[in-house]
Design a protein around this ligand. Structure first.
Ligand SMILES: CC(C)(COP(=O)(O)OP(=O)(O)OC[C@H]1O[C@@H](n2cnc3c(N)ncnc32)[C@H](O)[C@@H]1OP(=O)(O)O)[C@@H](O)C(=O)NCCC(=O)NCCS
Length: 154
């Protein structure tokens, strides 16, 4: 498995992966690949994209059109193909997000996650992430949105 920045030929596979695995965020996944503040990494096995992570470098909570730069690295999306889970791919993608934050001069890492499923909670907890806030807005299906954060370099 190799991890590398997204290339133009990966786009349709990343869109399909995010579309299938992050159906609760259709508006987000439709636009993040075109945003200059967002960097996307892909995990590739046998020339197939089996995982992806998108992280923004911004100055405050990411919004579409956010200017590139700032001291916040916000993980906007992470997904691994179901048949490839529990093999350490998600962990390697998240470790890359930490390295990206460190190398970009970010001071904090944040993300917004749903209450369920729990896999992302376990993955992030193992990397030192902690819940910091319950968001006022809920997802369309009523699930709560939880703001989580980690120290850069921690
Ligand atoms: C969250 C997700 C990316 C994890 O990817 P993954 O490649 O399976 O994760 P890893 O194999 O690297 O797991 C690393 C560690 O996280 C924890 N973990 C991951 N999935 C878990 C699960 N289902 N149950 C319990 N712990 C889990 C474990 O500690 C695991 O280490 P271990 O396998 O040695 O016990 C994947 O489940 C996924 O794509 N989910 C759907 C999309 C999603 O919910 N994204 C988050 C919202 S943006």
């Amino acid at each position: 498995m190799i991890l590398r920045p997204i290339e133009p030929q990966d786009r349709s596979q990343v869109e399909a992966l995010y579309g299938a695995e992050l159906p609760q965020c259709p508006g987000l996944v439709d636009i993040i690949l075109d945003e200059p503040s967002v960097f996307t990494l892909v995990a590739v096995v046998a020339e197939e994209v089996v995982g992806a992570l998108s992280v923004a470098l911004c100055s405050e909570r990411w919004r579409p059109g956010a200017k590139l730069g700032g001291d916040l690295a916000e993980v906007l999306a992470i997904a691994v193909r179901p048949s490839m889970r529990r093999m350490g791919i998600g962990l390697r993608l998240m470790e890359s997000a930490h390295a990206f934050a460190d190398g970009s001069g970010a001071k904090r890492l944040e993300a917004q996650i749903r209450e369920q499923p729990e896999a992302i909670h376990w993955l992030l907890a193992g990397l030192g992430w902690r819940p910091v806030e319950i968001e006022a807005e809920t997802y369309a299906d009523g699930q709560r949105a939880i703001r989580v954060a980690a120290e850069v370099g921690g």
